[in-house]
Design a protein around this ligand. Structure first.
Ligand SMILES: [Zn+2]
Length: 446
């Protein structure tokens, strides 16, 4: 096994986001909130954040930042200001109901999903592996005009083995190259679509499905490296995780769940290369999350997201669910390994797998933040995971994911302190996207 950790960071073709049309009144000043900037720095009470033309121009304590006379002041005293959240693991074009149905994918559904994320304060998502032309078109539109819904980064259609996971659910949407040269050709096709990432599923579902071969994985990584496109893998086992990393993989979805012995040199190499792990614990917890407490389906937030027929189908699915003890065991392993990785300095990001079975867009992003805290991260670390580390995983940390001069003004104002209780991420007061307050109640979500 190769023991060389390739260190060359991928240089992403960094196009800046277009700015919003400048508001007639010039600057916006948000004053009086406790500022949690997304980097893990200590919260700053009684802060001032200035915004102009879609960007943050200054952020810090009231004493250090004079408010310009022409600024429109927003008094946020008693509130908490965080960066817009990022979800690095979503599948658009699905309701998040009892099944992921390929036929549900339409432009309208993709936009409603993006609105759903935005509604809960998730201002950017990475759609990873199941994107079709409609989503790519929306992503392209966002690069030439200010975004009107959550920012979309996309991996297009991802790779698996012929007949491998998740082809059993999504069929030919998953690329199933027959050999390494076919895989290379398909990477070049993705490069021509200027995808933001490439996805590989590396999972044999415990021996129940074919797994993509190492030769194909290495070919994808090499070809993607030439095109400077970062590759993220859905993984399950430590061996596959190490192999993918050694050959240049730059991000992970889900957590190692076949062992709790994580080699120290591997963890420190992940840390040194700033390789982002997106544990997606919620995907495992959803096996029992609703069936254990069906009243969770009565949360008004659920009804905001899905229509009555879908909600009814979800209730039926929950009533029939039989969570397996093996699933619990793997979840516990993933929780403990998440804490181990975090303790080892590996950047942990937030991903929900939103859009997959019972995985409600946006709402489950917030649940994933709670699970990171249940795994042992502090609430402040979980906020960093959902903001700065998410941007790091996208290679966009200079543009989004924190509250600092020069960053896009994607912000969430909360009515209660998320550092005291991560559950307070649910208490969204206002969301700002690209310097414009979002009219949340007018967003079409379902
Ligand atoms: Zn997924």
């Amino acid at each position: 096994m190769r023991r060389v950790w390739p260190l060359a960071a991928l240089l992403l073709a960094g196009c800046r986001f277009p700015s919003a049309t400048p508001p007639a009144s010039g600057a916006i000043a948000i004053t009086g909130a406790t500022l949690i900037d997304g980097t893990g720095a200590a919260p700053v009470p009684d802060a001032v954040v200035l915004i102009r033309e879609g960007r943050i121009t200054a952020a810090g304590s009231k004493a250090s930042i004079p408010v310009p006379a022409d600024a429109a002041r927003v008094d946020a005293s008693g509130k908490f200001l965080i960066p817009g959240l990022l979800d690095l693991h979503v599948h658009l074009g699905s309701t998040g109901g009892p099944g992921f149905r390929a036929a549900d994918y339409t432009r309208d559904r993709v936009l409603k999903n993006l609105n759903s994320y935005l509604y809960f304060g998730v201002t950017a998502v990475r759609s990873i592996g199941t994107e079709r032309d409609e989503g790519l078109a929306i992503r392209n539109e966002q690069r030439t005009a200010a975004p009107r819904t959550a920012r979309l980064f996309t991996a297009g259609r991802g790779f698996t083995a012929p007949g491998g996971h998740p082809a059993q659910e999504i069929g030919a949407i998953a690329r199933q190259p027959k050999d390494a040269s076919d895989a290379r050709r398909q990477v070049r096709e993705l490069a021509s679509q200027q995808v933001d990432a490439i996805k590989i599923w590396i999972d044999d579902l415990g021996g129940r499905a074919p797994k993509v071969s190492r030769g194909v994985i290495e070919a994808i990584l090499e070809e993607a490296g030439k095109a400077k496109i970062p590759v993220s893998a859905h993984i399950a086992t430590l061996d596959d995780t190490i192999h993918f990393f050694e050959f240049g993989g730059s991000g992970f979805l889900h957590m190692v769940r076949d062992t709790e012995t994580l080699p120290e040199d591997f963890v420190s190499a992940l840390r040194d290369r700033r390789t982002v792990f997106t544990p997606t614990l919620i995907r495992q917890e959803l096996a029992w999350y609703f069936s254990e407490k069906p009243e969770r389906l009565s949360d008004p937030a659920v009804a905001r997201l899905v229509d009555a027929a879908t909600l009814d189908a979800m209730r039926k699915s929950v009533a029939a669910a039989k969570p397996s003890p093996a699933g619990r065991k793997e979840f516990d392993i993933a929780m403990r390994n998440t804490k181990r990785m975090a303790d080892g300095g590996v950047p942990i990001a937030v991903g929900s797998d939103g859009g997959s079975q019972m995985d409600l867009p946006g709402l489950m992003t917030l649940r994933e933040c709670e699970l990171l805290v249940e795994a042992g991260l502090t609430p402040l670390e979980a906020i960093t995971a959902a903001t700065y580390n998410g941007a790091l995983g996208l290679g966009r940390e200079q543009e989004i994911g924190s509250i600092a001069a020069g960053k896009a003004a994607d912000l969430v104002l909360l009515s209660a302190d998320p550092v005291r209780d991560i559950g307070n991420l649910r208490k969204v007061d206002r969301v700002m996207l690209n310097g414009t307050w979002v009219n949340r109640e007018s967003l079409e979500l379902k």
